[in-house]
Design a protein. Structure first.
Length: 153
């Protein structure tokens, strides 16, 4: 049973098919990756060692946003700097934005937006596990709750 009743959506009475193939296409999509402070701490420690701090990666990996979060720019024709030859170098601690893809509000806004996202994501084009609206919103709530309760935040 859902812990959070999903709002009425275009997919309320159907299921959304998605399976991450780890192709990295989403990591090559131009735009910004917003990294919460606690996520930045974990990533800095992974990349620089136990004494690493997000500030040490400023300008090289990310910039500080007005809201205090760190932001990674992915330029057109480029890739996220955390993407390595074998996939995401911080996959197990990746930012929530990455962990919740493709269930972002702008992608879930309309059926046309969801279908258009298949241009970027092969996991939306293949026969994949299906998610109900309840499961999508539970996943988003769980990710948010997990990140908010992180002691490094």
């Amino acid at each position: 049973m859902s812990r959070h009743a999903p709002p009425e959506t275009w997919f309320s009475d159907r299921r959304l098919a998605f399976h991450c193939t780890k192709c990295g296409a989403c990591c090559r999509r131009p735009g910004w990756v917003f990294v919460q402070p606690n996520e930045a701490v974990r990533i800095a420690k992974r990349l620089l060692g136990p004494n690493g701090t997000p500030r040490q990666l400023a300008g090289e990996l990310w910039v500080r946003g007005d809201d205090g979060d760190w932001q990674i720019e992915v330029e057109d024709g480029g890739a996220c700097p955390l993407l390595g030859e074998e996939g995401c170098t911080v996959h197990d601690i990746k930012p929530m934005q990455c962990a919740t893809y493709p269930f972002w509000p702008e992608i879930l806004a309309t059926e046309a937006d969801w279908i258009a996202e298949a241009f970027w994501c092969e996991g939306l084009r293949e026969r994949s596990p299906e998610y109900s609206a309840e499961q999508v919103f539970d996943l988003l709530a769980e990710c948010s709750r997990t990140r908010e309760s992180d002691p490094e935040r």
